[in-house]
Design a protein around this ligand. Structure first.
Ligand SMILES: NC(=O)c1ccc[n+]([C@@H]2O[C@H](COP(=O)([O-])OP(=O)(O)OC[C@H]3O[C@@H](n4cnc5c(N)ncnc54)[C@H](OP(=O)(O)O)[C@@H]3O)[C@@H](O)[C@H]2O)c1
Length: 287
């Protein structure tokens, strides 16, 4: 028996990266998993190679920047599967910028933010986009899913995927992203207080995690395994998406029934600030 047998889980941002590792671990523990992304895919990538997982998974389009799209997506999940027990708010992310007041157009383009030829306008749009995607959209998703959870039998679990950039020490090069993730940690506590005992709300603050984008845009070309890069991190490596998935399984299972409103750091024991300079180098080399 899996720890999550019979549970229906929504995971955002499952077309690549950390979301694939999360969806896969939930599937391996028996959950039905419905993932989403802006890009259309024929099936949930995480289901690949797991016997029977294709029948209890789906990958549908949803743009979390549009609350109407979230409403439609969640409605479709409930119409199809009858309930939602788990939400993992994973979609989000950013690209480091060498200056907060003048965001280079390359950084803005890689991030996928609305852009402009005007330097000031491009910078303010970039920051608004980071806060929308890493704070406001997860709140929209949580609200829409809670409205369903409170009407159904049993208790629900929401996990917000945050970042070490939200640490109170500050996050130069990731100013708006860090502020958004710090807000996500705070919002986790507030929602846990509003929504208990019906729904538990927790948060995972990730350190660097090995994804395709992390390898392309952060790790230097001559150190793609990160051997040099992670020397100042006690465990001397990045996290893996499946390790984030294991922590999600714990938080959403009966093993964490009394864990609520908390943010767990999952970063190999990294101290704040040790990688900001190194993390910017690949981008500045591209500029
Ligand atoms: N990787 C790290 O080192 C790291 C470190 C700390 C925290 N995190 C956090 O972990 C989470 C996942 O990051 P990642 O590294 O896996 O990012 P990623 O590789 O860029 O993947 C992001 C996922 O979210 C989807 N997505 C993006 N915008 C979306 C939108 N508007 N609506 C719906 N889906 C959207 C993407 O698919 P589409 O593009 O097709 O929409 C993709 O599936 C983020 O919250 C990030 O802040 C990551």
């Amino acid at each position: 028996m899996g720890l999550l047998n019979g549970r229906v889980a929504v995971v955002t941002g499952t077309s690549r990266g950390v979301g694939v590792g999360i969806a896969r671990e939930l599937l391996l523990e028996g959950a039905t998993v419905i993932g989403c992304s802006r890009s259309a895919l024929p099936a949930l990538p995480a289901a690949d190679g797991i016997a029977g997982a294709a029948e209890r998974s789906a990958q549908w389009v949803c743009d979390q920047g549009d609350h109407g799209s979230i409403d439609q997506f969640v409605g479709r999940v409930v119409d199809t599967y009858g309930r939602i027990d788990i939400l993992v708010n994973n979609a989000g992310g950013t690209v480091p910028s060498p200056s907060v007041e003048s965001v280079p157009s390359l950084v803005s383009r890689i991030q996928g933010a609305p852009t402009s030829d005007d330097d000031y306008e491009r910078s303010v749009l970039f920051h608004a986009f980071a806060i929308q995607m890493n704070l406001i959209s997860p709140l929209w998703f949580a609200i829409r899913v809670y409205r369903q959870m409170k009407e159904q039998e049993g208790t629900g679990s929401i996990v917000n995927i945050s970042s070490g950039a939200g640490h109170p020490a500050g996050s130069p090069t990731l100013v708006s992203y860090g502020a958004a993730k710090s807000g996500l940690n705070h919002l986790t506590r507030s929602l846990a207080q509003e929504w208990g005992p019906k729904v538990r709300v927790n948060c995972l603050a990730l350190g660097p995690t090995m994804t395709e984008n992390f390898q392309s845009f952060v790790l230097p070309d001559d150190d793609k395994s990160g051997r040099q890069y992670f020397q100042k991190v006690p465990l001397q490596r990045a996290g893996e998406p499946r390790e984030v998935g294991r922590a999600c399984v714990f938080l959403c299972s009966g093993q964490a029934d009394f864990v609520n409103g908390t943010t767990i750091e999952i970063d190999g024991g990294m101290l704040p600030g040790v990688l900001y300079e190194a993390g910017l180098k690949t981008i500045t080399d591209l500029l």
